[in-house]
Ligand binder design. Structure first.
Ligand code: ADP
Ligand code: MG
Length: 380
């Protein structure tokens, strides 16, 4: 009898389910539809960006038993667009249909200590870190990390939320209180020369397609810009790719995985965190890669081989946050090498990711200049 891991691939016409209806779910559904698949989105929000483009919207909470049963019966395979889906829901779904990535993989990735433990045991190099459950842990933690450090909640943090820089023990105490005295990790604050991320897709048979690293710039803790190829030397770029692939193999990951790294001022490669889904820093792949990260998600959850991750052009991606609204789109579209992607969100709020653009050029410096020029115009 064939094992579940060697079953025939799901081909166009099959129905793909996604937990979460934000922009990542939307772009996944659009890729799936382009390829002839049907899509089902589970999301409680009536105005979910993904539901707008899906074949079917199950509007319910992520633990709603009826909705989960419906999802399991409607879909041939199920994936997720965010890491905070309740583990029980993923486990329930996986008793009925294949779920990629698995509940176990998502559980590792959503927990900052577990992901660092896995990274370290796979030979990667996270910043020194220590668990903090109570004020009693402060001295031992500081002894491990030194100061300054960064205190982060072990789960539920994103876009720089749920973290604070720590310069002394008193500050650690007040930050821990402000974060609600929930389980936290204290890590050493590294001196960063650059941040990069490596995106890959891995299928059930362990076949991997890995993209070149993206160079990422954050503003106020939120990704602002990705530059690809990253302006790092080839050996370091290759080392980051090999480390990301090693980590995916170690956790037997199936799906699209993003791994964030720091490059320190003394040129060390430091593991930061990973995400069990397509990633904002991979949005450039929609226009500047043979196969985009969302097509990869479709391919690998369906048991197909990962697509070609080759870069077809140097590219700069810039996020469009709600702060820019209202936008004069002519200022954006005047550049003929700019590809605009908007997520159909009805309300613009500061810090809210409303869309992004990719700007392509044969020369990366020209792409950076042109992208900055458009962005500056939108800001004014
Ligand atoms: P999030 O889940 O919000 O993306 P991250 O752990 O990636 O959280 O942290 C957000 C940003 O904060 C990083 O991209 C980096 O700029 C900075 N940062 C986080 N951890 C460290 C660290 N240990 N040393 C230096 N900078 C850090
Ligand atoms: Mg991050």
């Amino acid at each position: 009898m064939p094992s579940p891991t060697s079953s025939a691939p799901l081909l166009p016409g099959a129905t793909l389910g996604v937990l979460g209806g934000g922009q990542l779910g939307r772009m996944f559904c659009m890729a799936a539809r382009n390829m002839g698949y049907r899509t089902v989105v589970l999301d409680p929000d009536g105005n979910s960006p993904a539901a707008e483009v899906a074949d079917h919207h199950l509007q319910a909470g992520y633990t709603d038993a009826d909705a989960l049963s419906n999802m399991a019966s409607m879909c041939d395979v199920i994936t997720t667009e965010f890491e905070n889906v309740p583990a029980e829901s993923l486990k329930f779904l996986s008793t009925h249909k294949p779920v990629h990535p698995s509940a176990e993989a998502v559980a590792i990735v959503r927990h900052r200590i577990q992901e660092k433990d896995y990274a370290r045991s796979s030979g990667l190099n996270p910043a020194p870190y220590a668990l903090i459950n109570a004020a009693d842990d402060f001295d031992a933690a500081i002894a491990v990390t030194g100061l300054p450090g960064i205190l982060k909640t072990t789960t539920l943090g994103y876009d720089g939320k749920g973290q604070q820089v720590i310069n002394d023990k008193a500050q650690l105490d007040s930050a821990f209180s402000e974060l609600g005295r929930v389980e936290c990790v204290l890590e050493k604050k590294m001196n960063l020369a650059m941040e990069i991320s490596v995106l890959l897709a891995r299928n059930v048979e362990g076949k991997v397609a890995c993209y070149p690293p993206a160079e990422n710039e954050h503003v106020n803790g939120i990704l602002h810009k990705s530059i690809v190829p990253a302006r790092v030397d080839d050996a370091l770029a290759e080392k980051a790719r090999q480390q990301a692939i090693g980590l995916a193999n170690k956790i037997n990951y199936v799906g699209v995985l993003a791994v964030e790294f720091f490059i320190t001022t003394d040129n060390q490669l430091v593991f930061n965190e990973m995400a069990p889904r397509p990633h904002n820093s991979g949005h450039y792949t929609m226009d500047a890669s043979v196969v985009s990260q969302f097509e990869q998600q479709v391919r690998v959850i369906c048991g197909l081989i990962p697509g070609d991750a080759r870069l077809t052009s140097p590219v700069v991606m810039i996020n469009l946050l709600g702060d820019l609204w209202p936008v004069n789109w002519e200022d954006c579209l005047i550049d003929p090498a700019l590809k605009l992607h908007l997520y159909g969100k009805h309300e613009a709020r500061p810090g809210r990711k409303m869309g992004h653009f990719n700007l392509l050029s044969a020369d990366i410096n020209q792409a950076i200049q042109a992208a900055d020029k458009v962005f500056n115009k939108l800001e004014n």
